[in-house]
Ligand binder design. Structure first.
Ligand code: SF4
Ligand code: SF4
Length: 613
């Protein structure tokens, strides 16, 4: 059967073909659709693995570890920022090793299309001593996912399977059976504290030695596989070494160059030192093509130096290629021209930084109402907006940093808004410090800093913008999603009970579309002292729309509209736009975009906006 699939979907079907027993992850672009596809498959097929969106990436990794340590095949999925959350466990498990096949899928984002740091997770393979495979395209992803489980079982180590955005979101026609190949295995776990605990220095040092042995055995496995393609031409002066998605560009461009050797790597960590040695000895120069950090380049420079070989190494460290951004054909062409001496490549091309338009909330988004109410409340409580510091967090809620709200001042990592706010508040500002955070982010990493705030008697206002879903990454469920909407009879966890159980000084639930009451509550909370938590609760407009219509929308009486623009200035709703009405310009509402939230209605002093019907 043939089907057009993305890299993420190919990874999902590769895992199903490998008979993965358990899949756990946390959504994060560009990795999300791998797990989403397995959820979709599971909802349509009785014969399917256990699959879950866990509370955060560390929980997902721990759940997967339990399965892998029972001899089962397990897959944990996350984006690079999530790897940081899971890293505490990843490091520990890397030293312990695994019995069942354990694949850790991490998606990196060169070019930072989804925001967040341009982190290179390959460094984690070095840090944690994990074998790593890097498919260069969608079809390789399907194959290598299966190989990753086999490799993990062979060497007894979790395997890092790393994709980048252009592969995870790329598409290709895949020929496969798209089926789940269940393996009948009996769970087992032999009690062995020397392997599964860190209780004692001897245990830890021995585990370190085991980890190094596992890496050595990986090199032997790579050597006997066809994963890394060494095409060495006798007498060639230049060898191009590429990895992952760079292999595709080399495949396209290298035929134009005569007598150039090439090495295309997909099993990228550990580096195959034995096979690289003659290559370093027999070429005058090596051009290393890899996005982000010079991981491979450093390894080969270090090997050449250790062997006393004079080979010239071109890459990022000598400025042949930029260290930031996603590479395109132009970057590779330019580097090849410079390395082969076939043309004036000119200076290293700067990585493209596309102009980004300001992005805002969808029309009808409840977060718009929360930030509108916050701005109004700051004024009502007698403060100036420029004096009220608002920390933001990851997810849709951070869009409050953009106009017309201009609310959030910072964005660091999942859950950090609440900790940051405590640090700001302790610094002596005499105006309120506010933290804003979404519901999924709160469950993910917001609870520990809230507990800290209570214990330390912090003076902060926390606003949890609870839309019931993990919307930014594609509307995944989270622990707070309505119970009737949880998949397979899973339960809802009460955010309100959790917050109150922690012992905050003040707690209230507000409705963002009831502006008068929301402003009143927020203004009151701004004036209070202690740990105040307001949950602003209204379902995500897009998930709600899938189940029920919003009913009649709002419209503008263009005779009454004075074009004061207050509706647009305060709400920034994307359904609002200026139009020509006879001789004058007036505001109008696009009926296809209006989701009847009524926020613009609260802005108009001229009675021009009303609900239809
Ligand atoms: S607030 Fe009212 S009067 Fe002003 S532009 Fe909007 S619809 Fe027109
Ligand atoms: S009611 Fe107004 S603010 Fe709400 S979606 Fe419609 S146009 Fe936008």
């Amino acid at each position: 059967m043939k089907r057009i699939v993305s890299g993420n979907q190919a990874l999902a079907y590769g895992a199903l073909a490998a008979g993965v027993d358990l899949v756990a992850g946390y959504p994060g672009t560009p990795s999300t659709e791998a797990l989403t596809e397995i959820i979709r498959f599971s909802s349509e097929n009785e014969n399917a693995p256990w699959v879950e969106w866990s509370t955060n990436e560390k929980v997902a990794f721990d759940v997967a570890t339990g399965a892998a340590w029972s001899g089962k095949r397990a897959l944990a999925t996350m984006k690079m920022s999530g790897l940081n959350v899971a890293l505490d466990s990843v490091m520990s498990v890397a030293y312990s090793g695994t019995t069942g096949g354990f694949v850790l899928y991490v998606a990196d984002d060169p070019g930072a299309e989804a925001g967040m740091p341009e982190q290179d997770s390959r460094l984690c393979a070095d840090l944690a001593g994990l074998p790593m495979l890097e498919p260069g395209n969608v079809l390789e992803t399907y194959e290598l996912t299966q190989k990753a489980f086999e490799l993990s079982e062979k060497v007894g180590a979790p395997v890092l399977l790393r994709l980048v955005t252009s592969v995870s979101h790329g598409e290709a026609e895949l020929e496969a059976d798209f089926a789940y190949h269940l393996r009948e295995t009996t769970p087992y776990h032999n009690r062995d504290i020397t392997r599964y605990t860190k209780a004692g220095s001897k245990i830890c040092v021995d585990q370190h030695a085991d980890l190094l042995k596992r890496l050595d055995s990986c090199e032997e496995i790579y050597e006997s596989s066809s994963w890394n393609r060494f095409e060495i031409l006798s007498g060639a002066a230049l060898c191009v070494v590429s990895s992952g998605v760079m292999n595709e560009y080399v495949g396209e461009l290298l035929p134009a160059y005569s007598h150039v050797s090439s090495v295309r790597l997909t099993a990228t960590w550990p580096v195959e030192k034995k096979r690289f040695l003659p290559l370093l000895r027999d070429h005058e120069s090596l051009l290393i093509l890899e996005e982000l950090e010079p991981v491979l380049e450093k390894a080969l420079r270090s090997q050449a130096q250790a062997e006393g070989l004079p080979v010239k190494i071109l890459g990022k460290m000598d400025g042949t290629l930029p260290r930031t951004g996603r590479y395109g054909l132009k970057d590779i062409r330019s580097a090849l021209a410079a390395a082969s001496g076939t043309g004036d490549a000119g200076p290293a091309p700067a990585s493209a930084t596309a102009y980004r338009h300001t992005i805002t909330f969808c029309s009808g988004c409840p977060h718009r109402g929360t930030y509108m109410a916050l701005n109004r409340a700051i004024k009502k409580a007698g403060f100036k907006k420029k004096d009220v510091l608002v920390t933001g967090d990851i997810g849709c809620t951070i869009l409050g940093m953009n106009g017309p709200f201009d609310s959030c001042w910072t964005e660091v990592s999942m859950g950090s808004s609440i900790g940051l706010a405590q640090g700001f508040a302790r610094s002596g500002f005499d105006t309120p410090v506010v933290a804003t955070i979404g519901d999924s982010t709160f469950f993910h990493a917001g609870l520990p800093p809230l507990i800290n705030a209570v214990q330390q008697r912090a003076d902060i206002l926390v606003i949890i913008l609870d839309n019931g879903w993990t919307s930014m990454t594609g509307f995944q469920v989270n622990p707070g999603t309505e119970e009737s909407l949880q998949p397979g009879g899973r339960r809802r966890v009460s955010m309100d009970a959790l917050i109150q159980a922690v012992g905050v000084d003040y707690f209230e639930v507000i409705k963002p579309f009831d502006q008068d009451a929301a402003v009143e509550a927020l203004a009151g909370a701004l004036r209070m002292k202690g740990v105040r938590v307001l949950v602003s609760r209204e379902e995500c407009a897009l998930t709600r729309e899938r189940r029920k219509s919003f009913g009649p929308g709002y419209s503008i009486d263009q005779e009454k509209c004075t074009f004061c623009k207050m509706c647009l200035r305060e709400s920034g709703c994307t359904a609002l736009s200026p139009v020509q009405y006879g001789e004058k310009t007036v505001m109008s509402i696009d009926p296809d975009l209006c989701r009847s939230c009524g926020l613009c209605f609260t802005c108009c002093k001229f009675g021009a906006i009303s609900r239809e019907g």
